[in-house]
Design a protein around this ligand. Sequence first.
Ligand code: NAD
Ligand code: UDP
Ligand code: UDP
Length: 319
Amino acid sequence: MGFHSMKVANRKRILVTGGAGFLGSHLCERLLDEGADVLCVDNLYSGTRDNISHLLTNPHFEFQRHDVTFPIYLEIDEIYNLACPASPVHYQRDPVQTTKTSVHGSINMLGLAKRTGARIFQASTSEIYGDPEVHPQTEDYWGRVNPIGVRSCYDEGKRCAETLFFDYNRQHGLEIKVARIFNTYGPRMHPNDGRVVSNFIVQALQGKDITIYGDGLQTRSFCYVDDLIEGIVRLMASPADLTGPINLGNPSEFTIRELAEAVLELVGGGSKLIYRPLPHDDPKQRQPDISLARTELDWVPEIPLKVGLQKTIAYFRDL
Ligand code: NAD
Ligand code: UDP
Ligand code: UDP
């Protein structure tokens, strides 16, 4: 492998930070399939070795346990920066570390990209928009984010990361690719990270009550992981002047109650819907406007909710 030494043949050397997480592990798999040498860097804060255990025997895959808030020196051609806990339960467990991961982590990865000339992708988020007054959200909307609330470590950390990416682009000419990812689900979501899709599926499979927060009329738009990875890879391969930010997500919008009903119907069993208080700063509506991705990347999600849910349910059943 050539991450510390000379580049071998013409394989691209790609660094994926957060590669042992839900999205990162799928991305590593996809990049290996395309013939790259993949270095997965992860401190296993919210990711697991199990997510990548099937890749460890691949000679073109390497795992390094490392925290991106500390510098790292490698020779690479591309960086996908996904390191950051994504679910509220995880990112609120150590909120200071969450902000550090987005801010210091981005600075280190941008410094690495600057030294190596690597193109760099940032996994930004729809949380940039906060609890939005504009619906659906387009990339030119600046958002409505609480700077001092319990979600702020994640939201403001990610906003500052975007600032850093655009300043490294303007000041140092780095090739940046910033995607604002909307709610994504699929196999390898953490079974108890508190996200709605994994919660509902696990509850339904165990015959427990399905916990709807608030009245369940808040909406989200759920993108299946394979669709999202396709969008990320297309963005990375796009012309240099396409920096983003660009929304990636599935525009089909559902209420949380509709999601609960869909999961119940697919899993079967006798779980009841129960209602719990709505968490602080919980956005009421969220739906991406993906016109930009449609025109610039010729990308639209193809996997309908029920199909994606079936694949995800199958994963959790086997667990
Ligand atoms: P995840 O928690 O499964 O993965 C994040 C990974 O980053 C984990 O493996 C974790 O151990 C690692 N990590 C955290 N802090 C780190 C650090 N300081 N150094 C090294 N590694 C660190 O979450 P995910 O859903 O796979 O999200 C991946 C990325 O995509 C995150 O940046 C997240 O903000 C972004 N994103 C995800 C979604 C979604 O719906 N899943 C939506 C918007 C944005
Ligand atoms: N950095 C790194 N790997 C590298 C190059 C830089 O981790 O290969 C880190 C380094 O620790 C630095 C940060 O990235 O703090 C930002 O680098 P940059 O060159 O932009 O800034 P400077 O080194 O001038 O602070
Ligand atoms: N939610 C819910 N029950 C759960 C978990 C989440 O009703 O068991 C709701 C949550 O309040 C939010 C939506 O589902 O309105 C999506 O929550 P998630 O944490 O998955 O993502 P995010 O809020 O970051 O979009």
